[in-house]
Write a protein that binds this ligand. Structure first.
Ligand SMILES: [Zn+2]
Length: 280
């Protein structure tokens, strides 16, 4: 079940990232002094143009910005952020047989993680257990990574059972502030072209294995992807309406293998876009 949550909860579209940068620069220095290398979201010394979550959010990872092409050429795609959607009190889609999306996606995530690690990627998960980080928390984890792509995993309540669809976010108007920053709410905009390439590659691999799946990635308004500053896709497996959970379980290894092969095929195409604008 893909969630399409509107903008209404976020009035601060043009969140002033210059202030956030100053805050983060200070936070990074403090972080570096006090807790060196203790987290996966390690502080970066380079300056950032990437949006940060609005203040007051519980997320603490330090975002990193798009790199220059010189930096990108030195550091290829190495990290995959896996987002098992829903969790905690948010069960996601539910089937009549007691199947819960929030639980099944964890099972799929474990398989996908294994397949990606076998391809040599480092995997970071947005949740490890049955909790429900906010959309912003999840995006913040992704935005703290360098050389990463983001994949959110869902089980659908619709669609032909045994098929898998890949989504990329619909076009977002590119907005930058006078200082060249990207608003948090438009973080995905500079990455949409790359997200499309990644989505088509992963969809192609999935369709080879799961007949009846679409040939190319679809576009949809997806809240989780909009605030993610990386090539980002949603993968949705059909569906929770199967009578026997084993029907879904049997798909996990095939989905994992297809995603891992799709990401590996995307790796040579991975060049982080520069967003232009002025450094603070
Ligand atoms: Zn879902």
């Amino acid at each position: 079940m893909l969630l399409d949550v509107g903008n209404s909860q976020r009035p601060r579209l043009l969140f002033i990232l210059g202030i956030a940068f100053l805050f983060l620069a200070g936070a990074m220095m403090t972080h570096a002094l006090q807790t060196p290398s203790q987290t996966q979201q390690s502080a970066r010394s380079e300056s950032s143009q990437i949006p940060t979550p609005p203040s007051g959010q519980s997320a603490t990872p330090v975002p990193t910005g798009p790199q220059s092409s010189a930096q990108a050429s030195q550091n290829g795609l190495s990290v995959v952020v896996l987002d098992p959607a829903h969790g905690g009190t948010d069960l996601g889609a539910r089937g009549t047989g007691g199947i819960q999306e929030s639980e099944i996606v964890m099972e799929f995530t474990a398989e996908v993680r294994k397949a990606l690690e076998q391809q040599g990627f480092q995997v970071v998960q947005t949740r490890q257990a049955n909790d429900n980080p906010s959309f912003d928390d999840r995006s913040a984890i992704a935005n703290a990574q360098r050389n990463a792509v983001f994949i959110t995993l869902h089980i659908a309540s619709t669609g032909l059972p045994g098929t898998v669809r890949v989504y990329v976010n619909s076009d977002l108007p590119a907005v930058t502030t006078a200082n060249g920053f990207i608003p948090w709410d438009r973080a995905q905009a500079p990455f949409l072209g790359l997200s499309r390439k990644l989505g088509d590659l992963v969809q192609g691999m999935l369709t080879q294995r799961f007949k009846g799946s679409p040939d190319t990635a679809q576009s949809a308004t997806i809240r989780q992807l909009r605030t993610t500053a990386a090539p980002a896709i949603a993968v949705e497996v059909s569906s929770v309406v199967v009578n026997d959970r084993a029907d879904l379980d049997h798909m996990a290894s095939g989905v994992a293998d297809a995603i891992a092969r799709g990401v590996a095929a995307f790796k040579p195409l991975y060049v982080v876009p520069t967003t232009g604008g002025v450094q603070p």
